[in-house]
Design a protein around this ligand. Structure first.
Ligand code: ZN
Length: 211
């Protein structure tokens, strides 16, 4: 069972298989939106099996959204491009690094750009973890897909990303405040237990605590 909310399918490809490392697909009326690619063939098999259980396949993936350039998010990108043929997007500042690492050049999106899937997906640029790190907001559903903008633990306690994984941890921490301009109830992120309700209050508390 990987459908964590209606139409939101989550895949944990960490060794522990316990909310350690996630990617997602969104089963939207317009088609399937894949968010990040993970690394290794095993996770691609998991995604393919889940698509199959919905009577779908890689060809139903209409767009691929990348949160940022780190390997656990992009290492399967060339394979995903070949499997889906879908356009690939990331925040504009992340394009060169992703191209260099994967050989695939995504289309760059500006902060505030909107994609017409699942009631509208807005790009929120939150630099600091990497230069072009971003989160994606499902506006109609109030679901924030934070990627590595936020880290957490198995109990759902959330924090700024660890310094050792950031190009500029002070910026990554300071810019968390950007998230407070948006309405969301659920917070889905890569490393830690997803928060399915009441998430904005937790992010507000994090911003307050780290100010
Ligand atoms: Zn990262």
């Amino acid at each position: 069972m990987v459908e964590i909310m209606d139409g939101i399918h989550s895949f944990d490809f960490s060794e522990s298989k316990n909310h350690g490392m996630e990617l997602w697909f969104l089963d939207c009326p317009e088609g399937v939106v894949l968010v990040d690619t993970g690394m290794g063939d095993e996770v691609l098999g998991m995604v393919e099996a889940e698509l199959g259980s919905l009577g779908k396949g890689w060809g139903d993936v209409k767009i691929v959204l990348i949160t940022h350039r780190h390997g656990d998010h992009v290492r399967n990108l060339a394979k995903v491009k070949a499997l889906t043929g879908a356009p690939i997007y990331c925040q504009a500042e992340e394009v060169p690094a992703i191209k260099e690492q994967t050989g695939v050049e995504p289309e760059g999106l500006a902060h505030g750009a909107n994609l017409p899937y699942c009631g509208g997906i807005e790009v929120i640029h939150v630099p600091g973890h990497t230069e072009g790190n971003c989160s994606y907001l499902l506006k109609e559903r109030g679901i924030l897909i934070a990627g590595d903008t936020i880290f957490g633990d198995e109990e759902g306690n959330i924090n700024e990303p660890p310094e050792k994984y950031c190009v500029d941890v002070e910026q990554a921490t300071r810019e968390l405040e950007r998230l407070l301009a948006y309405d969301f109830n659920a917070l889905i992120y890569t490393h830690g237990k997803d928060i399915l309700t009441g998430a904005k209050a937790k992010v507000e508390a994090l911003v307050e605590r780290t100010r």
